[in-house]
Design a protein around this ligand. Structure first.
Ligand code: SF4
Length: 329
């Protein structure tokens, strides 16, 4: 017979999760790929926030980053191209009690999925979104994406892209009901962790663009930012990002930024000389769609069946009419 102390220890062990509880398959990303850093940060956050794996869902579209759900030992849905947002919204509407994450890439989100992205921001459902932005389609072997910088030579633009890149931060900040917008980079893991953790804790649609390296197809593109810390602007605030003394010694280009100030957030998001890193905007007062619609309220099976039958009846060819029609013919 177990003593109360032993029972307590058993319960603690059962209730508190370790990192291994979230680790799924062995990642197949290339060596040095920034996706690995994002996966590590997310698994640590799941452990530290003690998310129950059976109440956590990762939804993705198509692309290198969209293999993410395979590497988490939680529920997951590897969706179709550009459709991660509506799938995640469906999950949240049916089960608002679940922790829902979306992993999407710059092609998946900003090209084929752009319409879903805009409306997902407006609906402001309580979903944590990680945009893995490597400026290129990696899975289909180096094709230009909407965030590719102007002039980038790729397999679809051998003479260089003609258009200015789309800026995912300014787009998101321009949508009605935006409630959380942040930017992180894969090569400062401590800050990546803090920003994604803040996004998870935000009640609403939290959008984090993570600039990630693709050493396979753009090995040198982010080198200037890795070599020169002054090219990264750290946004700090008592209600935002706070840096450790070690990071303060390295990253001296810092600015106090209140995440409630959307005009300043838009101005910072437009910077093209530095990469801003931190929480640009956070407004916890924006209502969540699933709360406005009373999502997740149980509907009796009979009511669901009656509704389905009423819909299907609209397409019924009634036997008597069919017989009469045959007789006339
Ligand atoms: Fe990562 Fe690029 Fe390899 Fe894709 S192609 S796994 S983005 S390094």
């Amino acid at each position: 017979m177990t003593t109360p102390v032993t029972q307590c220890l058993i319960r603690l062990h059962e209730e508190h999760h370790s990192l291994e509880d979230y680790q799924g398959g062995v990642p197949r990303w290339c060596n040095g790929c920034g996706d690995n850093a994002i996966l590590t940060a997310v698994q640590r956050i799941c452990r530290d926030e003690d998310l129950s794996p059976e109440h956590t869902v990762f939804v993705s579209g198509i692309g290198c980053s969209s293999r993410f759900p395979h590497y988490m030992s939680t529920y997951g849905f590897h969706g179709i191209h550009g459709r991660a947002f509506p799938i995640a919204e469906g999950v949240k509407m049916a089960r608002p009690d679940l922790h829902v994450f979306v992993n999407t890439g710059d092609g998946d989100c900003c090209s084929i999925g752009a319409a879903h992205w805009i409306h997902a921001v407006r609906y402001n459902m309580d979903i944590t979104v990680l945009l893995h932005d490597n400026y290129v389609y990696g899975l289909t072997k180096k094709q230009a994406s909407p965030t590719s910088p102007k002039g980038l030579k790729s397999n679809t633009t051998p003479r260089g892209t003609d258009l200015e890149a789309l800026n995912p931060l300014t787009v998101t900040l321009g949508v009605q009901n935006a409630s959380f917008v942040a930017q992180a980079v894969d090569w400062i893991p401590e800050v990546l962790y803090e920003i994604v953790a803040a996004a998870y804790r935000h009640r609403g649609f939290s959008f984090v663009r993570v600039i990630q390296r693709c050493p396979e197809f753009l090995p040198k593109m982010l080198e200037p930012w890795l070599q020169d810390p002054s090219k990264t602007l750290l946004l700090t605030h008592e209600d935002g990002l706070q840096l450790s003394p070690d990071l303060e010694r390295i990253y001296k280009n810092r600015r106090e930024h209140d995440p409630l100030d959307i005009d300043r957030a838009r101005e910072i998001a437009s910077s093209d000389d530095v990469i801003p890193v931190g929480i640009l905007y956070r407004n916890p007062a924006v209502p969540c769609y699933e709360e406005l619609r009373g999502a997740g309220q149980a509907r009796p099976a009979e009511r669901i069946r009656a509704g389905l039958e009423a819909e299907l009846d609209k397409f019924t060819v009634w036997p008597d009419e069919a017989v009469e029609e045959q007789a006339v013919a």
